[in-house]
Design a protein around this ligand. Structure first.
Ligand code: SF4
Length: 356
């Protein structure tokens, strides 16, 4: 495996490893399913449009009208159209892409009117801020959706996390959020990097529902989106939900202690000191594991080594302050190096080895 712990550990990598070591092996070796991946498209478009619009709104330096934010988000979605359609290998996939773009545009057409407070200049401490930090001897990397200021509490901040969901199970969600690995990972690293006098003891979960409105057979996309639009207009609370979760010091302390144990085990696994194995209980859940076919067939037919580790972490803004162009260049240079590494591995490796 070309991956080394010193390359960094992200939330995605750690959570994948906790789910299934075999899955993490495929991931660090760069394996990805060939062809178009439908599952994350709506979420990817919404996240990118929000990132663009919140950054744009902050630059205005004054309160932004929801209509202007909607137009900006719409424009951002339009710029994503060409690259996504370019990857569509059939008319059916092209239709799916158009549908996701249209749904994202329709949903965000209501979103900024639901949360106009997000468009105030003093709301944000950072938006999509990246970090790359050393903690307990481990290099930890990530990108945080947002860190918000808390009104009248000068140095108190809160984490802002956006999740897109088709289904929302409110009963389990609030319990799950109380010790959510992703939030605590971001929250603890951000608090440490920002240092005193800042403190982050809470998170705001921004849940955006992916519309599941039935599309009639042969119904064209504009007619379908009109139906979606009318539904959101009628029930905005069904599509947009926000949860506030407090993370007291005791919760953070327990999290950090357990995180340290997890990172030690992860490093031991990378070094081959503990075994690699499949977790058969994690193959099919709400979504099927993308490597199901690989594990079932014992071959990598239908997969290619194209995935770049940490490709989601770019550094336009760091949570410590403003964008550092030198750092951005460094990240790009590292990315290029990693692409070269993946190519080398592609030549060398056929099937993933069972032992890491
Ligand atoms: S299919 Fe199951 S065993 Fe194989 S990588 Fe995925 S989760 Fe692990």
């Amino acid at each position: 495996m070309s991956y080394d712990v010193s390359d960094g550990i992200s939330y995605t990598l750690l959570s994948t490893w906790l789910t299934c070591r075999m899955k993490a092996t495929y991931m660090v070796q760069g394996w990805e399913r060939k062809g178009f991946q439908k599952s994350y498209l709506f979420g990817t478009i919404v996240h990118a449009a929000l990132e663009h619009t919140y950054r744009w709104a902050r630059k205005q330096g004054t309160e932004v009208d929801p209509l202007d934010a909607t137009k900006e988000a719409s424009h951002a979605i339009q710029t994503m159209r060409k690259p996504h359609l370019k990857r569509a290998s059939s008319a059916e996939i092209a239709d799916f892409v158009e549908l996701c773009l249209g749904k994202a545009d329709t949903v965000l057409g209501h979103y900024f009117y639901t949360y106009p407070q997000d468009l105030m200049p003093k709301t944000w401490h950072s938006v999509e801020g990246a970090f790359d930090t050393s903690w307990m001897g481990f290099k930890c990397v990530g990108k945080i959706d947002g860190i918000k200021k808390i009104k009248k509490r000068k140095h108190k901040l809160k984490l802002f996390e956006t999740k897109t969901r088709s289904r929302i199970s409110e009963d389990t969600l609030s319990d799950q959020l109380d010790f959510d690995l992703q939030s605590l990972w971001y929250l603890c690293h951000a608090e440490r990097i920002l240092g005193k006098p800042y403190s982050i003891n809470s998170a705001e979960y921004n849940i955006i529902r992916n519309p599941q409105t039935h599309r009639n057979k042969g119904q064209d996309i504009p007619a379908y989106l009109e139906k979606v639009d009318a539904e959101i207009e009628k029930k905005p609370n069904h599509y947009f939900k926000r949860y506030a979760v407090e993370y007291p010091e005791e919760v953070k302390t327990i999290f950090k202690r357990e995180l340290h144990w997890k990172l030690i085990e992860f490093a031991n696994w990378v070094e081959g000191k503990i075994p690699n194995y499949k977790n058969e209980t994690a193959c099919v859940g709400q979504y099927s594991c993308e490597y199901l076919k690989a594990c079932a067939s014992g071959t990598m037919i239908g997969f290619a080594q194209t995935h770049e580790l940490f490709n989601e972490i770019t550094q336009e803004e760091s949570i410590g302050g403003k964008a550092n162009p030198k750092k951005t260049k460094k990240v790009e240079k590292t990315k290029r190096k990693k692409v070269r590494k993946v190519r080398k591995v592609k030549k060398r490796v056929g099937l993933p080895r069972v032992a890491v």
